[in-house]
Design a protein around this ligand. Structure first.
Ligand code: ADP
Ligand code: MG
Length: 525
């Protein structure tokens, strides 16, 4: 019978430079990284074996477990009697992915620092404007967000003045970089960080798998408190804003026809069960049509049904298609002018853009926002190589010019990223090379990034009840929650994690976009 082997490797590379090596060794574990030879010291640190027959029955049980426990996505297929309530299990990996415990725990520990960094950057609006200004000239979406920031400044100053309630629900995404052995940050999401709740259920599914398979030790699956932490952070912000006695609600700003609604509904359920806070789901269009802002009376937003809004929590609004008309922009501006907590504010959203990520990596910039040099050094441990493509920087900074020349010569070692969120926007390979060769001012709205090289694993991937075995790459996300009321930080925590696994031939990693499946970490020492 065919054996299906799920092998996970942690990135344990001997990264010492080799001065002498016998000819022919290149094909046997030598790696050329940044023009230096390294020995590739890969160990199968974890091996989980299942045969074809048990894989089939385990997959069946996993799918049933997922449906029974709400690890599901909506099936918006018109062939169902009521497509709005039809569901299917979320795409998932049958077994967890091995990660080195030390590196994983470091990524958890650093999350409160990333929360603080976002808050410090977002507060410095002059920095946001000057850094994003050139990109905004060529990227109308960034430009429009900056305009909203400026247009609402006076209104915000009126009712903020040290009393503002700030709410962050972030997810910092990493890949384990095999050459360096480090988790390097792919990006930091400050808006609509998704899959928090389904990822907690993924951990529970893998705990169930561990109860079935002796080779899986449950103690190696780290606790994943997203189902509690995310609603608790939103509720803490709502309580700080007030209006609870008056029947204040949370508005979840959603996309019409959202397939990932159940991940969001878990937050709504948590808000109700843990805090007796009601959530109203509205699109930006709904808000534009029905919400009323009492600007003269302190900035309170009331809904058509009369309830005041304590918190606007966005699971939409991160991509230009979420603003099909001026009405959606008007809604965004209304929210921004209001006294409700916004997750995120426009400033927080801008602080999470790729251009800001790149700028913070420049020498001395991160250090302006995180003064303690040990904290800043710890954050920098997670930074990949990042370069501006602003023609000014390419012309004046020899480091940038060298990176661009290297990327043209070796495009497979880089990723080219526009100012976009939501997957499917990055450029790779020939497309990357051609774009760099063409050059020009429009590249101000792009950044160049070192390609992170995660170890390849073998995984059993389950989609629509069917499974396949593939060579895969995984991406880890760590959630962070942050609540500040004026000068008081009420909450600043690491709040759980997500692993997404994709076939190694796919460049992009979105689950909702159909590239990846949900997974969970399995810590090995
Ligand atoms: P988005 O905002 O679209 O999610 P990301 O920066 O997360 O943008 O990029 C999308 C996907 O592209 C990631 O999930 C990852 O799979 C891949 N990717 C992005 N940056 C890198 C990188 N530096 N190295 C390797 N893969 C990357
Ligand atoms: Mg991403």
């Amino acid at each position: 019978m065919r054996r299906h082997v799920v092998v996970g490797r942690t990135a344990q590379l001997r990264t010492d430079k080799i001065s002498h090596y016998p000819a022919g060794l290149w094909s046997h574990g030598l790696l050329n990284f940044r023009n230096k030879p390294y020995i590739l010291w890969q160990q199968a640190t974890h091996r989980m074996e299942i045969d074809g027959k048990s894989a089939g029955s385990l997959v069946e049980d996993a799918v049933v477990w997922a449906n029974q426990h709400g690890l599901v996505v909506a099936l918006k297929d018109p062939k169902f009697i009521n497509p709005d309530v039809a569901i299917i299990h979320a795409p998932l990996s049958l077994m967890p992915v091995p990660y080195p415990r030390g590196r994983f725990e470091l990524a958890q520990q650093v999350m409160p620092l990333f929360n603080r960094l976002v808050d410090a950057v977002a507060t410095d609006e002059a920095y946001l404007e000057s850094t994003l200004g050139p990109a905004a000239l060529y990227d109308t979406f960034t430009g429009r967000l900056l305009k909203t920031l400026q247009a609402t400044r006076a209104a915000r100053a009126l009712h903020e003045a040290g009393r503002e309630v700030v709410l962050g629900v972030h997810r910092s995404d990493y890949m384990l970089d095999e050459p360096s052995g480090k988790f390097l940050q792919v990006e930091l999401n400050t808006i609509a960080s998704s899959f928090g709740c389904l990822s907690a259920l993924m951990t529970r599914l893998h705990l169930y798998m561990a109860s079935r398979l002796p080779s899986l030790e449950p103690s190696r699956l780290p606790a994943n408190p997203t189902l509690e932490h995310i609603p608790d952070a939103i509720a803490a912000a709502a309580n700080a804003v007030g209006f609870r006695e008056e029947g204040g609600v949370v508005v979840m700003v959603v996309q019409p026809g959202e397939r990932n609604a159940y991940d969001q509904q878990w937050i709504q359920l948590g808000l109700w069960e843990r805090h007796r806070l009601r959530t109203v789901r509205m699109t930006l269009g709904d808000i534009a049509a029905t919400a009323k802002l009492d600007e003269a009376g302190g900035g309170t937003v009331t809904l058509k049904t009369g309830e005041p809004v304590c918190v606007f929590y966005f699971r939409a609004g991160y991509t230009p298609t979420d603003y099909p008309s001026e009405a959606e922009w008007a809604a965004r501006e209304l929210i921004e002018r209001s006294n409700a907590a916004k997750c995120p504010t426009v400033a927080y959203q801008l602080a999470g853009t790729k251009k800001i990520q790149q700028d913070l990596a420049r020498p001395g910039v991160l250090e302006k926002f995180i003064c303690d040099h040990r904290d800043a050094a710890l954050l920098r441990e997670f930074f990949a190589g990042l370069w501006s493509l602003d023609p000014n920087d390419v012309a004046t900074d020899p480091g940038v010019a060298a990176a661009v020349a290297d990327a043209i010569a070796r495009p497979e070692a880089y990723v080219l990223k526009p100012q976009r969120e939501g997957g499917g926007n990055n450029l790779y390979g020939e497309e990357l090379r051609d774009t760099l060769i063409t050059g020009g001012e429009r590249l101000s709205a792009y950044i160049l990034m070192q390609r992170i090289l995660p170890p390849a694993n073998r995984s059993v991937l389950v989609r629509n009840g069917q499974w396949s075995e593939s060579e895969t790459l995984s991406e880890l996300g760590i959630y962070g929650t942050f609540v500040r009321h004026g000068n008081n930080v009420l909450l600043n925590e690491q709040s759980g994690h997500l692993v997404r696994t994709k076939t190694s031939t796919s460049n992009e990693g979105g689950v909702a976009a159909g590239f990846a499946v949900l997974d969970s970490p399995y810590l090995v020492d």
